[in-house]
Design a protein around this ligand. Sequence first.
Ligand code: GLA
Length: 359
Amino acid sequence: MSDARVAKARELFREHFGRDCDGVSFAPGRVNLIGEHVDYNDGLVLPMPVAAGTAVAWAVHDDADTQVTAADFGEEDRFDPAKPAKPSNESWRSYVRGIAAQWGGDLPPMQLLITGDLPRGSGLSSSASLCIALGRAFVDATGDPVDATTLARRAQQTEHDFAGVACGIMDQMAAAAGEPGHAMLLDCRDLGYRQVAIPKDWAVLVVDSGVTRGLVDGEYNARRRQCEAAAAALGITSLRDASMDDLTAQDLPDPEARRARHVVGEIARVGEATAAIEQGDLQAFGRILSEGHASLRDQFEVSHPTVDALVERLQKMIGTQGGARMTGAGFGGSVVVVTSPDRAREIESEFSEASSRVA
Ligand code: GLA
């Protein structure tokens, strides 16, 4: 990869550590087109990588410790690569130590410099991007190949063990195996995937709501537990195996009933959305996005009033030429827009600071 971010990471590494790095790795963030809060229910998802991401300049050194600098925050860390310990406070350090711990003590001591252009808390998965970029640096440093799916699993385990978020695997898979200009249809049950090309006459944009996610981890984990409780009440291992008829037949309590309705409907929407992309049916795709947003707002209750207002405003601008919905875990963050290039330009001029083009 040779772009300005790699050159910048190299340069910052030289300034900081006073020597040249051995390499620079990179991983993108992701935007999810549809399939929200279904990855941990064994569902189908349709994310795509964004241009922004995380670069890690790295070198192996003779010191005993691994030294890390987060250049964008002016913060540092140092730990024993033979047994990376959980830091006392959750921060970017949790991810660095957590992903290093996945190598089971087999990493050499390294110097690492991290820099990126993904806004944190904007719902574009800066933590998956960080973990995958670090994982790629470790793969290059050790020379032991690790496939994209294993890398994604290690990054997911990092979130579980070191960040306390019981996340699914969508973000890590999108960062590890997504292709620019393509949505990745991922089956979270067996991790099979295929790349679905976005039609040339469609535009994909991300619009930042400006609301940074707060308190999301507790709410996220609670949603996951409610989905698991719904599946247990239905006598199945995951909501992937439930149908709307099952939900009607079984009188689930609230909020489990609404959570389950969202999941079952959302998994069906991913299939329909994939067909709409393949048929180039922008209007149908837009309708599916609107339904998905309403379901996240009303059934899954993970939206935010500011995000709802932004989605409504964007939907008015878009009309029948596509659609918009919240993307990511929710409680703030970003809105994804899929529309025609003309409408996209209008949105970009209206939201010049807050919008970025994905395709
Ligand atoms: C976060 C998690 C993902 C996924 C989404 C919601 O991004 O990391 O695993 O559950 O929320 O779809």
